[in-house]
Design a protein around this ligand. Structure first.
Ligand code: ZN
Length: 198
């Protein structure tokens, strides 16, 4: 234990994902000995990102404006919509360059244990986007784990009466994992080999 504000810093850093107590200490000591200008820049960008970055009002991807870069891009295929859990998944799929349509970010997955049901996700907004019949294919790209599967199954049922082409990513993704951790080649293949949802 250190004194006062140094320990506060270690505690705060330790709350970040993937930062254990040892790393938190190492980062804290790095910051203590770093140039004040560099530390100021880090502090500024942290505040700025919270102040500036919003969520796209159409797809719920992160965005600096009302709507995100992908929703605004007229070259994107307006008929294909890829449904993902988190905005990190958008980045992962964009990296594969396999998909030219647009996205819908649910904001998580159905997980009764965590008290997350369909109403806590952006599913109502998803159904709203399908009303004008521009979108003809929905690709369900939820994580290959229990919650992701439950979410995809629920959505498949909801979407069935709409007469759209509903597909799932091909198998081959590491089961139990997170979409964002799949490598580009595997994810790209899963995308190209997508199959009808049942
Ligand atoms: Zn968007």
């Amino acid at each position: 234990m250190y004194e006062g504000v140094v320990q506060d810093l270690i505690d705060e850093l330790g709350r970040l994902p993937g930062v254990g107590p040892k790393s938190a200490q190492r980062i804290a000591f790095h910051l203590l000995s770093a140039d004040p200008v560099d530390v100021r820049r880090l502090a500024d960008v942290l505040l700025e990102v919270k102040a500036k970055v919003k969520f796209c009002t159409i797809c719920f991807n992160v965005s600096e404006e009302e709507t995100c870069r992908i929703c605004r891009d007229p070259r994107r295929d307006p008929t294909a919509l890829c449904v993902v859990e988190e905005y990190k998944d958008v980045v992962a799929i964009e990296r594969t360059r396999e998909f030219k349509g647009r996205y819908h970010v649910l904001g998580g997955a159905i997980s009764p244990m965590d008290g997350i049901g369909p109403d806590q996700l952006h599913i109502r907004e998803l159904l709203g986007r399908l009303r004008d019949a521009t979108i003809t294919e929905i690709i369900l790209a939820t994580d290959p784990n229990l919650e992701g599967e439950a979410t995809a199954t629920y959505l498949t049922r909801q979407l069935a009466p709409l007469g759209l082409r509903v597909t799932r990513l091909a198998s081959g993704l590491p089961v139990g994992g997170d979409l964002e951790y799949a490598d580009e080649v595997t994810l790209g293949r899963a995308f190209a080999g997508r199959r009808a949802a049942d």
